[in-house]
Design a protein around this ligand. Structure first.
Ligand code: 5GP
Ligand code: ZN
Length: 118
């Protein structure tokens, strides 16, 4: 069972922000911004690449609830999901990073030449 499935089953502790029958949001253990929350579907899905549009519809509503709950809706925030090796995904259970609480940087994501591919 993956680490986030264990968090869903409460076999591992987490600092829960919001939860319903299908989704869970909890604080990232290693925050990269003053607000850094992970939102996940409770049912295991490997990544965004595998997720159904039906689950994503619910996830959209859930993320919008989370940002209201932690009061970053008006100040702005970022939603990121990493996919696979080049996406730097470490935990193989779909999760959306919700980042905010301060002005975020927007910079190069790779040391490779960004004009090198197309
Ligand atoms: P990824 O690189 O897969 O997109 O991000 C995984 C995220 O999960 C990282 O930001 C990491 O800090 C977080 N993380 C990994 N293990 C745990 C854990 O056991 N608890 C919590 N709350 N966050 C975790
Ligand atoms: Zn899982």
């Amino acid at each position: 069972m993956c680490i986030f499935c264990k968090i869903v089953k409460k076999e591992l502790p987490s600092n829960v922000v919001l939860e319903n029958d299908k989704f869970l949001a909890f604080h990232d253990i290693n925050p990269k911004a003053p607000v850094h929350i992970l939102a996940i579907p409770k049912a295991h899905v490997d990544s965004f690449d595998e997720v159904s549009s039906q689950t994503m519809a619910g996830m959209t509503d859930f993320i919008q609830e989370v940002v209201k709950e932690v009061k970053i809706q008006k100040s702005g925030y970022r939603v990121v999901t990493n996919i696979g090796e080049n996406g730097a995904q470490e935990v193989p259970h779909l999760h959306f990073h919700i980042l905010g609480g301060a002005k975020l940087k927007w910079d190069h994501f790779s040391d490779a030449d960004p004009k090198g591919h197309f």
